[in-house]
Every structure is written in structure tokens, then in C-alpha cells.
Design a protein around this ligand. Structure first.
Ligand code: FE2
Length: 255
């Protein structure tokens, strides 16, 4: 499996604190069935500023250590970029990274809102040939209030990445229900672990796919898996027509 959103590099953000912990996380990823991860440290949040050069250097160092320790995991560079009015300027100033040099840019919104500048960012991305991947929309309060807001972003070219812990219930029943709703309405294109450590936010990607298989259908899980491979190969994603309007059924029943 390919995991497009992880915090496996040490010392750059709220991921592991040491190389040993990074290596333990890598072992855990391998035992979860993952062969390639994109390292996506937070960038431009209130706590973290992690420009591309620092990440590239850390990725090269970790891949060397993985080889030395015989751990069969390949790490590619990336960045989880907080939405700010500077985002496109930052792109021109070469401080941003796409996922492994592909067209895909992993973007994080604040927890409570979908910032107004997202429209402009989606537009600029399409001009630049980039695709914004919005991280974990199921954890965003504005999306929870009105999931249809994702439809407009999808029309502007954005795609959406679900976090495995959301669908497994780690963030509570409301987030889990919204995760199921977004999958059922075909508003999720990708699933990733967003792993930060071994215990609190571990690699549970295979468990998330199993949950999607059981509750939404094996076909949808396979579609998301295929899309992760397409990201890694810089191919256009498969897209299914999203369903507008909230369904009447109560998604709590999926738990
Ligand atoms: Fe993340």
C-alpha cells in the first residue's frame, strides 16, 4: 500500500522526536502492509515552518537509515501545507513541495473553517497544473455543518483525503459518521494514515480500508487504493460523480 500523508520525519513537527522513533514507525508501517510513504511535515501552521529544503534533506537521511537497518520502506518527500493567503507566493518562492514531485499538493485547512482563499488557491493550482488534495475534510467543523461545501471545491479541481483514524472512530462518533457519509457520497478520493507516532496516531491504514470494505464496499476501498497508486505515479485520479444533498439515513448506524 501507499500512504500519502504521514509525519514520519523526526524533529520537524509533532511527529517522532528521534531517528529511533522514525525507524520504529517505519517498521510499523511495513507490518501494516505499507511499502511507500510520503513524509508530509506540517508547514505554515502557527507552530511549524518547514520549508522544502529541510524536508528533502530529512527524507534522504531517513531513506539511508532505512537501507542500513534493512527496513523495506521507501519514503518520498511531501508537505502538509496550511492554507494561508501566502500559499501561491510560497509556491513561486520554491518553499513548497508537492507529493514526491507530482502534481499533487497536500493542503490543510484550519480545524474550524474552509478559508475564503481556497477558491483562489484552487484556481491558481489549476493554472499551474497542480491538484490540491484537501487533508481530512471530515475533521473540519465547517464541512461537518454543511458537507455540500465540498462539492464546490471538487468542481474547482480539489480532491479529498480521509484519515484512517477518523473512520476507525478515534476522533469520536461525529467525525466517524461524517467519514462514512463522505465516502457514501463519493466525496473521498484517497485514504491515508496521517500517522504521527506509534501509539496515539499510529499506522492503521489497512484497518481503515477493511472498515470501508465492510461498511461502504470493497469496490470503494479498491478505488481509493488505486488512487493512492495514481498519486505516486503522477497520474490523474479516478473520480466518481459525487452525490449532492445529505442523505436521510442516520450514519451513526455504520459504527
Ligand atoms: Fe497531517
Amino acid at each position: 500500500m501507499i500512504d500519502i500523508h504521514t509525519h514520519i520525519l523526526h524533529g520537524l513537527d509533532d511527529g517522532p522526536g528521534s531517528l529511533e522513533q522514525s525507524l520504529e514507525m517505519a517498521r510499523m508501517a511495513v507490518s501494516n502492509g505499507i511499502s511507500t510513504v510520503f513524509a508530509t511535515p506540517h508547514h505554515r501552521t502557527s507552530r511549524y515552518y518547514t520549508p522544502s529544503a529541510d524536508i528533502e534533506e530529512a527524507v534522504a537521511g531517513l531513506n539511508e537509515s532505512l537501507l542500513e537497518h534493512g527496513i523495506p520502506l521507501h519514503v518520498k518527500s511531501g508537505q502538509e501545507i496550511r492554507v494561508t493567503p501566502n500559499l501561491i507566493n510560497d509556491w513561486y518562492e520554491d518553499t513548497l513541495l508537492t507529493l514526491g514531485g507530482t502534481r499533487y499538493l497536500l493542503i490543510e485547512c484550519p480545524a474550524y473553517s474552509l478559508p475564503a482563499e481556497l477558491a483562489e488557491i484552487c484556481h491558481e493550482c489549476s493554472v499551474l497544473g497542480l491538484v490540491p488534495v484537501i487533508a481530512h475534510p471530515e475533521r473540519n467543523a465547517e464541512v461537518a455543518g454543511d458537507p455540500d461545501k465540498l462539492l464546490q471545491l471538487a468542481e474547482w479541481g480539489a480532491v479529498f483525503q480521509l484519515t484512517s483514524d477518523s473512520i476507525l472512530g478515534t476522533f469520536g462518533s461525529k467525525v466517524q459518521s461524517l467519514a462514512f457519509e463522505l465516502c457514501s457520497r463519493r466525496l473521498i478520493h484517497l485514504v491515508a494514515s496521517d500517522a504521527h507516532d506509534l501509539v496515539r496516531r499510529p499506522f492503521r491504514l489497512s484497518e481503515a480500508y477493511e472498515k470501508i470494505e465492510a461498511k461502504i464496499g470493497g469496490d470503494y476501498a479498491e478505488y481509493c487504493r488505486r488512487n493512492a497508486i495514481r498519486v505516486a505515479n503522477d497520474l490523474a485520479l479516478e473520480k466518481r460523480e459525487p452525490v449532492a444533498g445529505r442523505p436521510r439515513r442516520i450514519f451513526a448506524m455504520f459504527r
